[in-house]
Write a new protein. Sequence first.
Length: 367
Amino acid sequence: MVQKAPMLLIPGPITLPERVLKAMAKPIINHRGEEFHTLYEKVEEGLKSVFKTENNVYIISGSGTAGVDMVFQNFVYEGEKILIPDFGEFTGRIVENALKIGAEPVVVKSEWGCIPSLGSIMSAVENNDVESIFIVHNETSTGVTFRLIDEVASIARKRGILVFVDTVSDLGVEPFYTDELGVDICVAASQKGLGGPPGLSFVSVSGRALEKGLKNPRRRSFYLDFEKIHRFHLRRETPFTPAVPLIYGMAEALEILKEEGYEERVKRHAENARMIYEFLESENIEVFPRDKEYWSTSVIVFRNKGINAEEMIRRLYEEHGILIARGMGKLRNETTRIGNVGYEGRVEIEYFLNSLRKVLKDIGGKS
Ligand SMILES: Cc1ncc(COP(=O)(O)O)c(C=O)c1O
């Protein structure tokens, strides 16, 4: 039986093109041989052009969370003060990561749907001896993008503070220039804006972060030990058996990205997001994040006020073959999330919005 692929408009994973699926079905190769070295190098080169970096980009077999874990296990020291803006589910996980390795998180909170002000972040930097800052660029639970990295990174640079960024849910969707911004570590994952299959994460590391990681007196993880990861990276390998089919899939996804062009891809996603936000406005549906300036391009979150969200999601899936996502964490019942991280363009988004319009009408729309 051939299973028809649904249109996944969740915040990743995405519906994959045939080309990527076929690439993952290639015969398995020896991960210590020349063929793998070439594959690894090709993927790293492709990633560098999306990360916009000259830094090494390490390939980790493990989802985005493994990439974030790798950062904490190696680049944040026990007892170190690390500043974390906390404004949603994923920023909350960053705080948990810091606590797990015995670091001292300096948390600057804002309510969900907003971001902490630059002033509050600056005063936290001034009043605490922080050695690093960890920012989630796109908070997937609330649909908020932290568009102040440039400002925060320039404060950090003046004080010798390292800047770590999680771009898991929007690299390849929202413009992000790792080197220009002066970001020391950037973490991304395969299954969202980079157009690949689920299961890999990628971590770029600057020279000064690399030095700090290698000098860490207490790297606790055996599997995610950066010293080993770096040593094997130099010969285009990973310390342990990598997920070869996923890496093949990723190589193909990066090839497609190259063909489309980075600028074009960013433009396509911006246009998709514009169409979706305009639709919500026309239906009088309230967008969750408060201020337009940080509305996310990759995850559009709206309030369920007057909408039977469960019914809406079920009907969209069963009658139109489109999947969107429930709210996340404490927003599960209050909001719905639309992912805009895949291969869809104008035609697919029009189909989605027409379907959504019909479903809303059928279930009594908004009250
Ligand atoms: C911002 C952010 N960080 C980290 C993660 C964790 O990634 P994964 O589910 O690939 O482990 C996600 C997943 O959605 C995310 O959106």
